[in-house]
Design a protein around this ligand. Structure first.
Ligand code: NAD
Length: 488
């Protein structure tokens, strides 16, 4: 059923340039984790039939889209960026309500979405290949890049604007068409981003969105023979399964997954800076960032001083409704997420870690209608404990004491993940040793573990990624294939 537009709190799939209800006639209702009485919107519970239609329309439109010049494709991205900028308050408000990110952070993320769109629009006029000297004096040899065809995009709920855009924008500018499946928990916010593309007049079929259950639509995309490349961000468990499915049918895939990110606080660190960055990196967004600081490895000499300052500040964090301007930390994004975090806290206690602050679900009139949790800090955490090894995705910090930097680095690397890591030190030798030894795709010195600038490559080592990179110029590697040309 084709409808004019998304309205009345109901959000439709976007297939072949039209807003459509799912063939299932079933929907999913999203409520706010800040207040479950607040219904944010209703999205489609789609079927494989809906997905097939989206993939068919993406395939159908691929040739004409690829034939446009980069500059012509860029015009749609610039227009979508302008529309998103105009709607920044509306989109940020929706994000804050739907997944509980504070309003300030939600605005920041939406503004970043605008910047990413403009960055990739600029790619429409940049070089796509190299001239390579031939050994034949009568030949011209060069490389060019061609799109993959139809690209599937599967995204998590924790960055509902930035991640769909940082995958979709490069896919489009390099000439691919897209089928996007956002995380159900944040699909209303993502639908608002797609509305910007729709209102920018993107040609029918070039960008499609299908909402629904991961096990149905996500897996359906992984298995779909018309989807030539699939880019996924989410948990390791799901990512590995998707990767195997795409590999089995010879498709191209990219997986960006979890983290267990350390910060090392060296004995010569600026302690106030390290404390603020540890809190910002670990607790902002309720700890729900793949790059969130989780393990805090502190040298003995400054341990007590760092701990005292940290605890004092953590206790003063204002937790509340994500729409409240005073709120620094909103709720967990869902009841399931809250329960996961609480179960990790219980495991921490049971396995012998010492709870310094937090650890409980918040209650009271301000909190009873949402999924609020106290910012939590443990000490006495040893490396074999579950909270030292597994991704928690909540506002939980594990303090670990070491004598030397060497010991700290060993500990920092002794996990399966390798996404991001920080060190706080003024000593250039320590910085260089950290940069050299740290097994992480993103290493930061005197800056929090969370965050990367949009023009720089982003991705993990070890179990955090399929070893590919997103963002900046690195995106070109996934979203295109190199063609080597020889002209005699
Ligand atoms: P998730 O793996 O549960 O879901 C991610 C996406 O996959 C969603 O769209 C979901 O609907 C879909 N999905 C779920 N089950 C599926 C299945 N069986 N088959 C196919 N698709 C399925 O992850 P999440 O809870 O939405 O997000 C949190 C995770 O994402 C964390 O592990 C976090 O570290 C990771 N993450 C990583 C990065 C990064 O860039 N490395 C960025 C943000 C989040």
């Amino acid at each position: 059923m084709a409808l004019q537009t998304a309205n009345a709190g109901i959000h439709y799939n976007f297939i072949n340039g039209e807003w459509c209800a799912s063939s299932s006639n079933q929907t999913i209702t999203n409520v706010s984790p800040s207040n479950t009485k607040d219904v944010v919107g209703v999205v489609q519970k789609s079927t494989l039939e809906d997905l097939n239609q989206a993939a068919a329309s993406a395939k159908e439109s691929e040739k004409a889209w690829r034939k446009l010049t980069g500059n012509e494709r860029a015009a749609f991205l610039y227009k979508a960026a302008d529309l998103l900028e105009d709607r920044i308050d509306e989109v940020a408000n929706c994000m804050a309500r739907e997944m509980g990110k504070s309003l300030g952070e939600s605005k920041g993320e939406t503004a970043r979405g605008v910047a990413i769109l403009r960055y990739y629009a600029g790619e429409g006029l940049r070089e796509v290949g190299d001239v390579i000297p031939s050994t034949d004096p009568d030949a011209l040899m060069f490389t060019t890049r061609v799109p993959l065809g139809v690209v599937g995009v599967i995204t998590p709920w924790n960055f509902p604007v930035a991640i769909p855009i940082w995958k979709t924008a490069p896919a489009l500018i390099y000439g691919n068409t897209v089928v996007l499946k956002p995380a159900t928990e944040a699909a209303v916010t993502c639908a608002k981003v797609i509305e910007c593309f729709a209102d920018a007049g993107i040609p029918a079929g070039v960008l499609n969105m299908v909402t629904g259950r991961g096990a149905v639509i996500g897996q359906g995309m992984a298995d779909h023979s018309d989807i030539n490349g699939l880019t996924f961000t989410g948990s390791n468990q799901v990512g590995k399964q998707i990767g195997q499915s795409v590999l089995a049918r010879g498709g191209k895939y990219q997986l960006e997954m979890g983290g267990k990110n350390p910060v090392i606080v060296a004995s010569d660190a600026d302690i106030d800076l390290a404390v603020d960055a540890t809190i910002s990196g670990g607790i902002r967004s309720t700890g729900q960032k793949c790059t969130a600081t989780s393990r805090v490895i502190i040298q003995n000499e400054i341990y007590e001083q760092f701990k005292d300052k940290l605890i004092q500040k953590v206790k003063n964090i204002k937790v509340g409704d994500s729409l409240d301007e005073e709120t620094w930390m909103g709720p967990s994004a869902s009841e399931g997420q809250l329960n996961t975090v609480l179960s990790y806290i219980e495991k921490g206690k049971r396995e012998g870690a010492f709870l310094l602050t937090g650890g409980e679900r918040l209650s009271g009139p301000e909190y009873d209608h949402g999924f609020y949790i106290e910012p939590t800090v443990f000490e006495g955490v040893t490396n074999e404990m579950t909270i030292a090894q597994e991704e928690i995705f909540g506002p939980v910090l594990a303090l670990m004491k070491v004598d030397t930097l060497e010991e700290g680095l060993k500990l920092a690397n002794d996990v399966d993940y390798g996404l991001s890591a920080s060190i706080f030190t003024k000593d250039i030798r320590k910085m260089l040793e950290f940069i050299e030894e740290m097994e992480a795709g993103l290493v930061r010195v005197n800056a929090e573990s969370a965050g990367v600038e949009l023009q720089a490559p982003f991705g993990g080592m070890k179990q955090s990624s399929s070893h590919s990179r997103e963002q900046g110029q690195a995106a070109k590697e996934f979203f295109t294939s190199i063609k080597t040309v020889f002209i005699k």
